[in-house]
Each structure stands twice: as C-alpha cells, then as structure tokens.
Design a protein around this ligand. Sequence first.
Ligand SMILES: [Zn+2]
Ligand SMILES: [Zn+2]
Length: 301
Amino acid sequence: MQTSRYDTSGRWYKGNVHLHSTASDGGRTFAEIAAMYAGAGYHFLFRTDHWVASDVAADPAEYPLLWLDGIELDGEDHGGSRYHVVCLGKVAGLSRDMGLVAAMEAARAQGAFLVLAHPTWMGNSQDDATRYGFDAVEAYNHVCRWLNGKGDAFVYWQMMLDRFPETLGLAVDDAHIRPEHPGWNGGWIMINAPELSPESVRAALRAGNYYSSCGPEFSTIECDGTQVTVETSPVQFARLVGPGWSGQREGSFEGSLLAAATFEIPPNWAYAYLEIEDAQGRRAWTNPLLRKNSDDTASKA
Ligand SMILES: [Zn+2]
Ligand SMILES: [Zn+2]
C-alpha cells in the first residue's frame, strides 16, 4: 500500500544538512556561520565536521537559528571503494581508527540518518551507491559544483531509486566558507513541520517531508496517492520523474511561467518525484511522492 509522503499543512523551515566549521576544515566559527545563514532566511543547520561528532547540547552559546548534531565520515570500505558519508544525529564513539564501515554501522545503530555525500565528485560506482542502504543521497552539492563541476548526482539518486524506491534526495552546501571554498546558500532543504524543534526537524527529515532546492520554491505539495498538485514560485517547467524514460511535463521553452501543476502518478511506476525548473535553469525537487505506508520509518539496511 502506497500513500503520500507529504503533509504540507505545517510551516516551511529552511535548513542545510552539510557544512564545516573551524571544528574541522571550515573557515568560520559556529557563531559566524549561524549569523550568515540566519541572515539568508535559514531556520536550522546541522554540524557535520569531518570526524568530529558535534554536541550541540553542550554548547552554551545562543544562536539566531537551530543547530543540530552530525558528523561527516570518510574512508575506504573493505573492497577499496572510497566514500564520504554524512551522518545526521547525535553520535558518540566514532573515530578514524575504527574504519569507515564500522563507523557507519555505529552511527546507524545510534539512530543516525546516513547520507551518501557527493558521489559524482568521489567517482563512486553504481554498486557503491547501493551497497550500504543509505537513507539519502546528495543529488546536489554546492561546493563540488564550485570545485570541478561535479555537484550533480541525480543519476546516482535515480539508480538508487530503481533498487530502493524510498531513497531520499538532498541539496546541500557542504559549505567551508574559505577563499578556496567560498560557496554557501546554493543548495538547501525546506522541511514542513508544525513547529521548529530538533525533534520536528529530525522527524521531517526521516519521513522525507521536505523538498530540496537550488532556487525555486514549492508552497504546497498535495498528493492523494494517485494525483499530485503543487503550487510553486514562477517556474518554466514542472516534471514528474519516473523510472527510465518515464516522465510527464508541463511548461514550454517559449511560454509564460507556471505557478502550479497537476500530474497523475501512473500506478506501475516504481517511484515518482516532481521537479521544477526556473527560467535560470535552477531546480527544486521533491522526494519520492509515495511511500510504502504512513508509519513505515524503517531503514532499508
Ligand atoms: Zn565530503
Ligand atoms: Zn563535507
């Protein structure tokens, strides 16, 4: 039984789930990062420094937005494949010495949400992407776009969806905010929740009740299980994306901009998500619109 993933009856909150501070190789302190992002309309950020498990509760400072805990792991698995993996959640006891795979397993055992980070930039294979039951993949990484144009990983996400139709997509900054890595506020998520709290952010993330964006906005995402209707900022195209060549679209190369779209989701598609594209070519995308059932939050591992 498939039901809609989305409940957009709450408020939208803007956040970023991948960034680095002076706790690892970032150029800014948590206070500086929080001030910059709050000024850009953000409500929450995750701390994901390299091999530094953050502990927001132990930080007495006051910030203009909500901080949440995380860590970024990296290393080789037993077959020699190299990964970067962002773990969202409060974890402890992880160190490089234990190796990547044991650290991922320990993070998952502590309830972390595991994200395959920038697979295009890593040169990961399709098998790499589907090997560890990742909860989500960075479909867009802003710093990797800056570094060598390898910020997009939609093809990995689509290959993961073919095998695991519950896999979630993300847009992230991976901000370091140093002269050689200057980018930030280029890829973000908008969660929908009744209120802003650590619990509501984590629940929306886990449920996939968010969309990812590099510019355009969804104001509503309404889906009854067979039909989806969205209201958006002005966009040139809206597309329902399905497996292989399956797709539906509205908009035109010459026509006026859209601010709403409706699609019927074919029952035989293994997955369907909706993307919008503005006149500058910037995209925003939903997660897979349908999920197995409303209380299935189990991981695929
Ligand atoms: Zn990384
Ligand atoms: Zn990173």
